[in-house]
Design a protein around this ligand. Sequence first.
Ligand code: IVH
Length: 680
Amino acid sequence: MRLAKEIARHNRLYHDQDMPAISDGEYDALVRENAELEEAFPKLVRADSPSSTVGAVPSSSLAKVLHAKPMLSLENAFAEEEVRDFVGRVRRFLSLSPEAEVALTAEPKIDGLSCSLRYEDGVLVMAATRGDGSVGEDVTANVRTIADIPQTLIGAPPLIEVRGEVFMAKDDFAALNQRQEAAGGKIFANPRNAAAGSLRQKDSGVTAARPLRFLAHGWGEVQERLSDTQENSMKRLESLGFPVSELMVKCTSVEAALDHYREIEKVRAELPFDIDGVVYKVDRIDWQERLGQVARAPRWALAHKFPAERAETAIEAIDIQVGRTGKLTPVGRLTPVGVGGVIVANVTLHNRDEIGRLGLRVGDRVRIQRAGDVIPQVVENLTRDEARDPYIFPDHCPECGSEAVAEEGEVDVRCTGGLVCPAQVIERLRHFVSRGAMDIEGLGEKSIVEFVGLGWLHGPADIFRLKQHRDDLVGREGWQAKSVDNLLAAIEAKTGFDPARLLFGLGIRHVGAVTAKDLMRAFGTLPALREAAELAGRKTDNLEGEAVGAAFKILIALDEVEGVGPVVILSLRDFFHEPHNVTAWEDLLEIAKPGAFVSTARETNWTGKTIVFTGGLERMSRDEAKAQAERLGARAAGSVSAKTDLVVAGPGAGSKLKKAAELGIQVIDEAGWEAIVAGS
Ligand code: IVH
């Protein structure tokens, strides 16, 4: 159950957000573990098990496309024996004798994203990503900008869907990231993510500027069979104008296929693009049809993955890096060592627990692994010598000296000096000025980076002091007197502003926009909130968890601060416990002079009710719907619980909708919600 959720999370990070958190090898290990559990305990198989879904349900704002034929995934093999087993299974399924020849094609497995190109009467009419295998995303306009992909075909069947991989060459990826960095844009983790991010754009102009390529590896719906064999079908696609891998060969035995795997592995590092294995396909199409598919993968194909590359070296030092969100990540400095053609000098040690798990001490010999695209990591500590001092994970932030703590049940240690920590300053300021917080127009990330660089901004209070730099700013590149004055006016307009938004803008952990409002509704002013939080801190120093929450509520003599649980209270207590934060808070309150909280809500039938919005809304943004709920006096919550009064579900609503049904909570659609708003 936990595993399935974890896999689903990684699916979303990988497919939707193009930001994988783990290596492909680790992902494969999770999927395998899940498959093994399911095999051992069939009763535990979930309806949404990762074993029966492919990728993630598309969540972007691109239009959805139902695939005429599902886009399948591939079963993975890691050892040669598994490849022999695969051919054995094929033989048994088709009742062939052990001597019968089973010809296979073998070709590189390209590390990109699959795309289906539909041609009707020789004209490209639709291009779609894989999505969850059944429903993909319409990327037609974007695909039209890819030079490798023909717009029209001559001599093709009247209807044909050509499928293949959209990818980015390694050189092009490096150059793109350089351009992105120079422009302050998003840096991509690897070529595959860059390809995915470039293809899944709303604006095809962006895609056009990205160097995407395409290699065909198969087909979906076709009106006439291309050929009797996989090999000749691919040749046919090539003659129609599609790029096909030069490294595809037909092998008449499994041993020949394994030889080809080793050949490809040898040239892997020199190839202009990333590959992560070799794909074998049964050559005879009639056999492919008989073999069909299981769950999400064809029985007639197999992906033989390359092992992650490993090497041994020593850990010379452990440094701590503080991320934009305050997370302390230990980084191992290595005696440099070559791994698969690349010199590796640093490894991520992930977190405090990982160091403990490996029992790492500075000076230890370790086995490291590079999985092609992700940051190298330690797989094993080879040292059993206990004579060296154990590594002590810091309890203070190396950047700003604030306390660093891990919350209960969390592995990540975080700096608590958010407002003053230089590592977090950009992220904090960006959040502070964002639309949901102080909403300061004209102060984007680029300007924040510029002002921090100039030493004008250290914390949020400095935003209100930018006027002192007016004359220096006018005349800097991109700034005219008018734009500077507009910015300063936008800032000035936020003095005396909504204290709930200011509180949210501070980015205190667990104090989101809704919680900030709930707190302000209860306390009225920010000093009153601070007083209560500090009082709670003094009285509850030796209490933890629920007890603090209970004590806090008694202290402030409120029966219930709606929506505020012990996690929030602990977080506030920790915030005010840090002297740096108190200084920044006082500075900010003095200069920004936030007003008293004014509830914008009216008394309606919905006052005090809790509403959850889930799925896509088509006629309004999620923010607007939440604002409407608040104007009716209701709370917009993020998750469904027994306290939820109403769920507004749009297309694509998933687990929240299910939970609402289980709890018997009223569910309506967007139109129903509009009617409530209109009628209240
Ligand atoms: S065949 C029905 N061939 O790998 C078989 N897939 O892990 C469908 N991929 O979704 C795929 N190179 O995106 C095939 N030479 C290749 C491939 C390849 C990369 C991708 C494809 C597929 C994924 C499965």
